[in-house]
Design a binder for this molecule. Structure first.
Ligand SMILES: *Cc1c(COP(=O)(O)O)cnc(C)c1O
Length: 234
């Protein structure tokens, strides 16, 4: 066995231990949180190692890289789910729609309109998460709950696009309070949307990355997006 495979499996094991402890602190169950492997820039052999170590959900930030790397992924990685987590340009919406299981980075009305226009090509509904802007450093995402409501209005009733929840990127900072308040904003928006749109599903909260996933789990995350802590050598 070569060194890299030991590193990836070992990294996942260490994240699992930390994840279980964070769930314990929050009075939550481990099964409530999906551990996504963020595989942008990661070669397929390393992704296979993560798959063999139990990861079943992967995130990519670019449509082109993902479609090239993961062609026929349902045959190669049975049971795998692939999400788009990076900013999506309108001219790539069609390709993304045809390929992914979920688009997490739905961040503006014109993108929703473009997705809806082409959505009849879906055999099974595409899950979408609405991205909420909560950190100063990032530019993407809906600005507030009002703009999220307009997005939900557009999507509600679509057969082919199904809202599944919200995602955010916390600010890149060592200030844990700032990070925590970013995640709380998302949990607060979820509560308001559930009140306004009782028929829709907002149960997925995609928040938390390598540097802040424990805080995210404490604040209700149901999907953590981990790249460097899994795939970089430690
Ligand atoms: C790259 C990326 C991640 C993973 O970041 P790490 O800090 O490497 O865990 C998570 N979410 C998004 C949207 C990303 O672009």
């Amino acid at each position: 066995m070569h060194k890299q495979s030991l590193t990836i499996a070992g990294n996942i094991e260490r994240i699992e231990e930390r994840l279980i402890r964070a769930c314990d602190r929050a009075g939550r169950k481990r099964v409530e949180v999906t551990l996504m492997g963020v595989s942008k820039f990661v070669p397929i052999t390393n992704i296979k190692e993560a798959f063999n170590a139990g990861i079943r959900c992967f995130g990519e930030s670019r449509v082109k890289e993902a479609t090239e790397k993961f062609a026929d992924y349902n045959d190669i990685f049975p049971g795998m789910k692939l999400h788009l987590i990076g900013a999506l340009q309108r001219n790539k919406a069609k390709n993304a729609l045809a390929f992914f299981d979920c688009i997490q980075s739905v961040d503006r009305l014109e993108l929703i309109e473009e997705l809806l226009k082409n959505s009849s090509m879906r055999k099974i509904p595409l899950e979408v998460l609405l991205e909420l802007h909560t950190g100063e450093e990032t530019k993407t995402g809906f600005a507030d709950t009002d703009s999220l409501c307009r997005a939900v209005d557009l999507l509600a009733g679509s057969e082919n696009l199904k809202i599944a929840g919200l995602m955010t990127m916390a600010p890149f900072t060592a200030d844990a309070q700032l990070i925590r308040s970013s995640f709380r904003q998302v949990a607060g928006a979820q509560k308001e949307l559930e009140k306004c749109f009782p028929k829709e599903n907002f149960s997925c909260l995609s928040m938390g990355m390598s540097n802040d996933f424990e805080i995210a789990v404490e604040e209700g995350s149901t999907l953590i997006r981990i790249g460097s802590a899994i795939f970089n050598e430690s």
